[in-house]
Write a protein that binds this ligand. Structure first.
Ligand code: 0RA
Length: 648
């Protein structure tokens, strides 16, 4: 060991300083040290393997979750170089693993996912691992080196011979850094599936050694031959398609690779997903602008040249081309610039023109070669334009009516007395009876209650003007004090007169309740996006159990807490007759005081703020559950049936 210390002295100091910084402020490098940061470690390593694939040298990537929550990422790329690094006088492998940002310096001419948004390199993963082992197959040999908290604990050793090439990185997150080490199968599986669509021809697999299925570790393989075309078909699985196959665009200009797939369905919303170097760009950016520009230009020209818009008394707008459109736009850009609040928006200005030209050319050719499909799409666009026109009229009616009825506040709203939005809260409560309890339990000074009847309108299937005619939805608009305006043919939410800065969705803590939360979130995602983005929307967390022994009582929010309450807090056993467990099936089973204590009182409650990602996910789940076609919905329900049974 002492010999090793000698070997890693002088030139190593700067490297270690770099990695010390990562350990000191991990959040700066991987975003957070919670579950999200934990999963980020895997993406960091996988990104490096994907880079090998993009460079044309890797066809298989396996991710293995071991029993102790350590992870192996294995690829069949060229293997991390192991030769002497000239300047640093040590193995390139050690440099890649221990020097911040060293990974990319060898090989500049390919797209680097790892230079993109994640982009901190495997050395960060090393710094944040209590154990990391790199195994490289290269030049006929097997090389290994091990590290702890970013520091080498062995030299680079040759441990055997190999007829193949590749890299396997095994790491165990350092629990001095992370709040949890529980890797979630679904999170890893969903992203690997997405990566398989984004990188057609790449074989990805996930193995979970913590879960045995018929005596073998759970395993799933992800592979897509058709790429984005299959991605779009998967997203639209539950919807009725307007054309047989998605339109597929691929092209390359100035080293920017463009791939787009698009499909129209008979729904009313747009579902657009965009990626830069395999990373999701939730805020869009120049690639999305380029795509939209091409769609507007080509369809408008085609419709006009073929006299298809002649009966319309108003102009077709960009929004009309997006109704019922599902599209994935993916670009690979050598040096991406990200901007926006969450760095989720592509900034490179040259990309707009490139995407617009490539998509434009192929779309134009598609319409000319497929007149039947072209007509179906344009017919749909015309219906969308007509509906938009009708919706505007309906909206104007609703707004005029509000003005006429004075305050315009819905009769079902129990408003608070404060008029200061910053301190005011509104609870959207499922059902009239729970609404009544909430009304008794609230602090009427700053808490307002709006009961919503049953399941709100199915916004996936309803036409926009129907939405504004729906009583529950009208009530929400008027109670919240927000209105929809036309901004040059685009829908825009006016939130200047928002009456509450906390909008709290309060539903039963069971399957039906969470279904209703999904519905309401979907509505917010589609029609009140701005409120979610600005952080005004919350979900209340009512307790699942009350555990009582004599006069003592504890509320519990999950199964673990319930067990804990019985054994630790009440010093009892599950079977004790003196212990009474009440399972709250709905808000209605609590009295006003209990509801206040547990769910509404700002001193005691936990509110979960809804992020735009939550809302987007709700929207996706919702589309699947509510779409026209039965099979995926049935599959989803079957897959989730065990959860449903808990509450049956
Ligand atoms: C630096 C240079 C080369 C490959 C890699 C790094 C590399 C890194 C990782 C991380 C996980 N898997 C990886 N595979 C490769 C190029 C090597 C060459 O030119 O042969």
């Amino acid at each position: 060991m002492s010999n090793q210390k000698g070997n890693y002295s002088a030139s190593n100091i700067t490297a270690l300083e770099g990695l010390e910084a990562v350990r000191k402020r991990p959040g700066m490098y991987i975003g957070s040290t919670d579950s999200k940061g934990l999963h980020h470690l895997v993406w960091e390593v996988v990104d490096n393997s994907i880079d090998e694939h993009l460079a044309g040298h890797c066809s298989h990537i396996d991710v293995i979750i071991h029993e102790d929550n350590s992870i192996t990422v294995k690829d069949n790329g060229r293997g991390i170089p192991t030769g002497m690094h000239e300047k640093l006088k040590k193995s390139a492998l050690e440099v890649v693993m221990t020097v911040l940002h060293a990974g990319g310096k060898f090989d500049k001419d390919t797209y680097k996912v790892s230079g993109g948004l994640h982009g901190v390199g495997v050395s960060c993963v090393n710094a944040l691992s209590i154990m990391l082992k790199a195994e490289v197959h290269r030049e006929g040999k097997i090389f290994t080196q091990e590290y702890s908290q970013g520091k080498p604990i062995t030299e680079v050793k040759v441990v055997g011979e190999s007829g193949s090439t590749g890299t396997a990185i095994t790491f165990k997150p350092d629990m001095e850094i992370f709040e949890t080490d529980d890797y979630k199968y679904e999170i890893l599986a969903n992203r690997l599936k997405e990566l398989s669509y984004l990188n057609s021809g790449l074989h990805l697999s996930l193995i979970d050694e913590r879960t045995l299925e018929e005596g073998k570790p759970k395993e799933e393989k992800f592979y897509s031959e058709g790429g984005l075309k299959e991605f779009v078909t998967y997203i639209d699985e539950a919807r009725t398609k307007i054309i047989e196959q998605p339109i597929h665009v691929t092209g390359k200009e100035e080293n920017v690779e463009v791939e787009v797939a698009m499909q129209y369905n008979n729904g009313y919303s747009e579902n657009l997903y965009s990626f830069v170097n395999n990373i999701s760009t939730r805020e869009g950016g120049t690639h999305v602008s380029g795509f939209r520009r091409a769609v507007n230009r080509v369809f408008t020209k085609y419709g006009e040249e073929n006299n298809m818009f002649s009966k319309l008394k108003f102009k077709v707008s960009g929004e009309d081309f997006r109704e019922g459109l599902t599209a994935v736009v993916s670009v690979k850009v050598p040096e991406p610039q990200f901007k926006g609040q969450t760095k989720g928006e592509l900034g490179n200005s040259e990309v707009t023109g490139i995407v617009s030209r490539i998509v434009g050319d192929i779309l134009k050719a598609y319409l000319e070669e497929n007149p039947k499909e072209a007509k179906r799409i344009v017919d749909k666009v015309i219906i969308a334009a007509t509906a938009r026109h009708a919706a505007r009229k309906a909206r104007e009616m609703v707004q005029r009516k509000n003005v006429l009825t004075g305050s315009g506040l819905p009769g079902k709203l129990s408003d608070c007395s404060s008029k200061d939005p910053a301190e005011s809260e509104i609870f959207l409560v499922e059902g009239d009876s729970a609404g009544g309890t909430a009304k008794q339990g609230r602090d009427r000074f700053f808490q307002a209650i709006l009961p919503l009847r049953g399941k709100i309108l199915n916004v996936e299937k309803a036409m926009e003007h129907k939405i504004y005619e729906n009583e529950e939805i009208k009530n929400m608009f008027t109670a919240l004090g927000v209105s929809i305006e036309d901004d040059d043919g685009e829908r825009k939410l006016n939130t200047e007169k928002l009456r509450y800065h906390k909008i709290v969705i309060m539903c039963d803590a069971d399957v039906d309740g969470s279904h209703i939360v999904t519905l309401i979130l979907t509505f917010f995602f589609r029609y009140m996006t701005e409120l979610v983005e600005q952080g005004y929307v919350y979900i209340a967390a009512p307790p699942l159990y009350q555990v009582k022994k004599g006069k003592q009582s504890v509320y519990c929010w999950n199964e673990d807490e319930r067990k804990d309450a019985i054994t630790t807090y009440l010093n009892g056993k599950e079977e004790d007759n003196s212990i009474k467990v009440q399972r709250y099936k709905g808000l209605g089973e609590m009295n006003a005081e209990q509801l206040w204590e547990t769910t509404m009182n700002p001193e005691e409650r936990t509110l979960r703020r809804v992020t735009i990602q939550d809302a987007q996910e709700a929207n996706q789940v919702f589309s699947m559950l509510m779409g026209d076609e039965v099979p995926p919905r049935r599959q989803f329900i079957e897959e989730n049936a065990t959860y449903a049974n808990i509450d049956a």
